[in-house]
Design a protein. Structure first.
Length: 112
């Protein structure tokens, strides 16, 4: 059994410059935990695998392709592979999101 506590996991260096922690990483899938502070955002990018986001805490704006929507806790958002996407925390609090990539990416992320 492998148990991972997000509070005890190291932040990974990433091109977004945000708090990101790798919670699960196998040949089949990858799961990250990201925490965007007020005013932070991801760099708009394209992932070479399907992604789903699950909002754990806070509210923010998710952008997938040409669509933007404000979302909050207990919301799951599907982001198909090869579609530009981004997150923005326009709130006063933290925005915590669980990010799952399936299958695990074998090609690099493209920044747009």
């Amino acid at each position: 059994m492998n148990i991972v506590n997000v509070r005890e996991t190291d932040v990974v260096i990433n091109p977004h410059g945000i708090n990101a922690k790798k919670l699960y990483d196998t040949e089949n899938a990858q799961v990250m935990h990201i925490a965007l502070q007020s005013g932070e955002s991801l760099v708009r990018h394209i992932t070479p695998s399907d992604v789903f986001f699950y909002v754990l805490e806070g509210t923010g704006i998710v952008e997938i392709g040409d669509e933007k929507q404000k979302v909050g806790p207990d919301t799951l958002i599907d982001s198909p592979k090869d579609i530009p996407h981004c997150w923005y925390n326009d709130s006063d609090g933290v925005l915590r999101i669980l990010v799952a990539k399936v299958p695990r990416p074998t090609a690099p992320t493209k920044f747009v």
